[in-house]
Structures are given as C-alpha cells and as structure tokens.
Design a protein around this ligand. Structure first.
Ligand SMILES: [Zn+2]
Length: 321
C-alpha cells in the first residue's frame, strides 16, 4: 500500500516540470530587482512579490495557447553546426530563408525577447504600472530560458540519448537543492545594453555551446554512479517524491563546474539589464507616480483563465517533462 502511495505521489509531483523550474524563475526575477538603479528600484521593490509570482506566467500560458511553446527555446542545432551561421540572426531574414513554419517549429526565444522588450518600453512610455509589471515579469522568464543550455538544443530532454528527465534535473532539481545553500548571488549592478538582440544571441550561443557538456557529463556520471543510488524518495515542498537523489545531484553539479550557478547569475544580470535598458529607451519615466497600480477587470479575467488552463494540466506543444 505504501509503495502504491509513493508511486502515485511521484506521478503527481513529477507531472508539472517547467523551464528553469518555477523556483529558479521566481528567484531570478526577485534578485534582478536589487541590481536596478535608484530611479527604478523603489517601484520594482514595492512590487517584488508580483514580479516573483508572475515569473512563471509564460510557462502557464503554454497550457492555454499553442503559440506560446516556441517562445521559450531555439533548437539551434537544427540549423547545422556551431556557430550555426546558416541561420540569419534577424527574424525577418530567418523567415525568408527557412519559412515561418520552420522558424516557429524550432523556436524563437531570442526574437521573442525583443518583442517583450517592445511591450515593456510601450508600458513604460504610457506609465501603465500594471503593464510595466506584467511585461517585466514575463521578459524575465524568457531571458532566463535563453540562458538554459537545453533550451538551445534539439535533444532538449535527453530524448535521443536515453537521458529522459535531464531537462528538469539541470534547471529545477539542482537550483532547488543548492541555490540557497551554495550559490553566490552577490552581483554587479544592471547595465545599459547597446545591442539587445546581439546580446541575447551571444547568450543563446553560450547555451548552445554548453548543451553538449550538460548531456555528456550526465551520461558519464550515470555510467559510474551506483544505479540504486541515482534516485531516491526525498522531500520536495513538504511532499515525499521520487527524484534524482541529493548525492547524484551534488555529483552532477560538481561535474558541471558551477555551470548552473553561473547561468543563473547571468540570467539575473541580463533580466535587470533589460529592464533598465527598456526604461532608458522609454525616456526614463518617473516611476514614483506609479506606486499603486491595479489590474482592469479584463486583465484580472485573463489571469484567472491562465491559472485555470494551467491547472487543467493539458500542455499545448512541447513539454520539458
Ligand atoms: Zn519557459
């Protein structure tokens, strides 16, 4: 009976695995606030809980609309070998060369971040407090995803190499186990980004270059590690579930030589820098007037719907599970 209960719990709690994991996305948005300049930090700090809670809305939206999934990744090795020069870095040129269908199928994350930046600039120009928060929370999500190596690789969940689950292992299990106790988040302030598209492509290329290491190190470790110690029933959010054991997680993180910590730090810096850059490009609006923004009825309805679709549990398009 006990075994059955464990099994059911394991099924239940491995069901919703997300890009960077909810924990890491929330942490990235939260910590990005502290890198902002004095003119921005008051408003962002006041609404830090919103920015944290809504860091995961784009993943929830993947349960509501099929167009959402490709915004979170780019399978860049579909386009040949590093440095993938056959793929134009400008969206329109890429569509002309490969067709919109192909570009959508293999992911659009670096371009989608520019769309989100446009939305954030618009909200800032209009001094629309709620839209500023919404766009800030959501661009933070996509920037985070672009820093994850397996978001820039066709073999995104080890499905071609018998490493199913590696996606969540890298981006959820490691940060959840180690971020609080071992990662250093003491960081420099946000910077103005001169060329945001080039900046994002550089991050994506780093992710793509790291994807092989992510896969190979796990394979190597899995061959050496006692197979009965690889998984364990351990507590997660107060529940006992079957997952990669702490020992295996520690060993994998060590073999990656702080890669997860480094990519998380770079995500935080990039998110803060994109917020700051959008604010500068919007003409540096005075945010002190926006202290108590609130959602319209339509916006509230949209948020409720998002939550409902997500809880229904039917993902549209690619899943990271
Ligand atoms: Zn995502």
């Amino acid at each position: 009976m006990k075994k059955i209960t464990f099994f059911l719990l394991a099924l239940l709690f491995t069901h919703n695995a997300f890009c960077w994991g909810f924990y890491a996305h929330e942490k990235i948005n939260y910590l990005a606030v502290f890198l902002l300049p004095p003119e921005m930090i008051g408003f962002y700090k006041k609404h830090i809980e919103y920015l944290k809670a809504h860091a995961t809305d784009p993943d929830k939206r993947r349960y509501a609309i099929p167009e959402e999934a490709p915004r979170h990744f780019i399978d860049i090795n579909h386009y040949g070998n590093y440095p993938y020069s056959s793929l134009p870095r400008i969206y329109d040129s890429a569509v002309v060369k490969f067709s919109k269908d192909t570009i959508q199928t293999y992911g659009i994350v670096p371009w989608w971040i520019q769309v989100m930046k446009g939305r954030l600039i618009k909200a800032l120009k209009e001094k629309n407090g709620m839209q500023i928060l919404k766009a800030s929370a959501e661009i933070g999500h996509y920037i985070g995803d672009a820093h994850v190596p397996l978001h820039a690789c066709k073999n995104h969940n080890g499905q071609y190499t018998n490493q199913h689950g590696i996606h969540g292992f890298w981006e959820s299990r490691i940060p959840e186990l180690l971020a609080e106790s071992e990662f250093d988040f003491w960081m420099d302030k946000a910077d103005y980004i001169e060329k945001p598209l080039t900046f994002m492509w550089d991050r994506v290329m780093e992710s793509a270059a790291a994807a092989d290491t992510v896969l190979q190190q796990e394979k190597k470790l899995s061959d050496q590690f006692p197979s009965d110690k690889k998984y364990a029933f351990e507590m997660r959010k107060g529940m006992l579930i079957r997952q990669y054991s702490s020992a295996y997680t520690q060993a994998y993180n060590k073999s990656l030589q702080d890669m997860v910590e480094r990519r998380m730090r770079q995500s935080i810096y990039a998110v803060a820098s994109f917020w700051y850059t959008a604010w500068v490009e919007a003409g540096q609006p005075d945010l002190t007037q926006l202290i108590n923004p609130s959602f319209s009825e339509d916006e509230k309805y949209e948020m409720e719907l998002l939550e409902k679709e997500w809880r229904s549990g039917k993902i549209k398009g690619r899943s990271c599970e």
